[in-house]
Design a protein around this ligand. Structure first.
Ligand code: FAD
Length: 329
């Protein structure tokens, strides 16, 4: 293992290298959100041979319209912040793959990370920074009509619904933020909440109430999304009365929160009941040489700056682990 940082590490731009199946990486990182990309910078600055796989660059930040709490920028769009992160990683000759998905990995001194296309990569230390993804309703019509009126990312898709009548499912922060983004564009927004009130932050609820084209349906769940080729309505069940009704709509934004992307981990890796990975204060998981950072972990307060900080810690902890491993060999 080469721990000394070589001058070549700082060649500017166009430095991403294809991942090499015959290499033994010091560190392999799963995920290209703030946690994974920060870990990548710290690993490269330590001179570690590093590979990173990024299913979707930027993760949740790419789905965020405005960021106003990331230090250094009073205001920056999510897309611009992702580009800043990419540039920062891009100065290093790092093994990089975008678009591929990890489906499993094996534990042991040498870990093997397997992609859905069958490729596999070996490493001594692994950093899991796979974040979270939009939770789905799991009702008939949802999968079939995704991209045909069913949407999850308001930042990405709201403009497609300009002048239309849309439904937002969820009355927490995700749902209310989504409705706030849609209200200035859509002709009408109906928020469907399974409880008797919204559970979003007061400041968001106040903002949403300032629009006069937003309606609320409480104590109700979506049982089916209707439509042949495109969305035409939703079937609702009132949880109090049991009454089933249908409302017409041209779009359904499913905004009921996020689930951790941890389905690919082996059963021997401890998860909590939500599927999050418990970590200690050095980002160590229950498996030796496997570290985790960001929203996929049990660390509280899911924020960009926290995910970035955890990514840095995971990389430095991996560096410590590799130093000790090196001494033993
Ligand atoms: C709509 C919205 C608005 C937000 N606004 C803010 C805000 O204003 N300020 C703030 O601080 N935070 C905000 N957040 C939260 C913040 O975006 C997250 O806390 C942060 O992005 C978490 O970073 P992460 O790297 O842990 O995970 P993620 O950002 O989720 O990134 C995970 C990465 O892992 C990849 N991945 C997942 N599974 C696999 C796999 N099997 N194989 C390969 N790659 C995989 C993903 O493609 C992605 O690249 C917002 C979140 C949302 C959804």
């Amino acid at each position: 293992m080469e721990f000394k940082l070589s001058a070549a590490s700082f060649v500017s731009e166009k430095n991403f290298l294809p991942l090499d199946q015959s290499a033994l990486y010091d560190v392999f990182i799963i995920g290209g959100g703030p946690a994974g990309l920060t870990a990548a910078v710290y690993c490269m600055r330590k001179g570690l041979s590093t590979g990173i796989v990024v299913k979707s660059l930027g993760g949740q930040v790419a789905d965020t319209s405005d960021v106003e709490n990331y230090m250094g920028y009073r205001h920056i769009s999510g897309v611009d912040l992702v580009e800043k992160f990419r540039e920062q990683v891009h100065q290093f000759p790092i093994g990089y793959d975008e678009g591929a998905e990890v489906v499993s990995f094996s534990e042991g001194k040498i870990k093997k990370v397997v992609f859905s296309d069958g490729r596999s990569f070996s490493c001594k230390a692994l950093i899991i920074a796979s974040g979270k993804s939009w939770r789905r309703l799991g009702v008939p019509g949802e999968d079939r009509l995704t991209g045909r009126g069913v949407a999850f990312c308001t930042v990405c898709d709201a403009p497609l619904f300009a002048g239309k009548n849309v439904v937002v499912v969820g009355g927490g922060n995700s749902g209310v933020e989504s409705a706030i983004d849609l209200a200035p564009l859509a002709s009408k927004v109906t928020v469907i909440q399974n409880l008797s009130e919204l559970t979003a932050d007061t400041v968001l609820v106040k903002k949403l109430n300032s629009f006069n084209n937003v309606e609320f349906i409480y104590n109700s769940i979506v049982e089916e999304i209707l439509g042949e080729d495109i969305v035409s309505g939703v079937k609702l069940r009132d949880l109090g009365t049991g009454r089933v009704s249908e409302i017409a709509t041209e779009g359904v934004f499913v905004e009921i929160g996020l689930d951790p992307n941890s389905r690919f981990v082996p059963p021997s890796l401890e998860l909590n009941r939500f599927g999050e990975i418990p970590v200690d204060c050095n980002c160590r998981t229950s498996l030796t040489g496997v570290f985790a950072a960001g929203d996929v972990t049990t660390v509280a307060y899911k924020q960009i700056i926290i995910a970035g900080g955890e990514g840095a810690k995971a990389a430095l902890a991996a560096w410590d682990y590799l130093l000790k491993l090196n001494e033993e060999e």
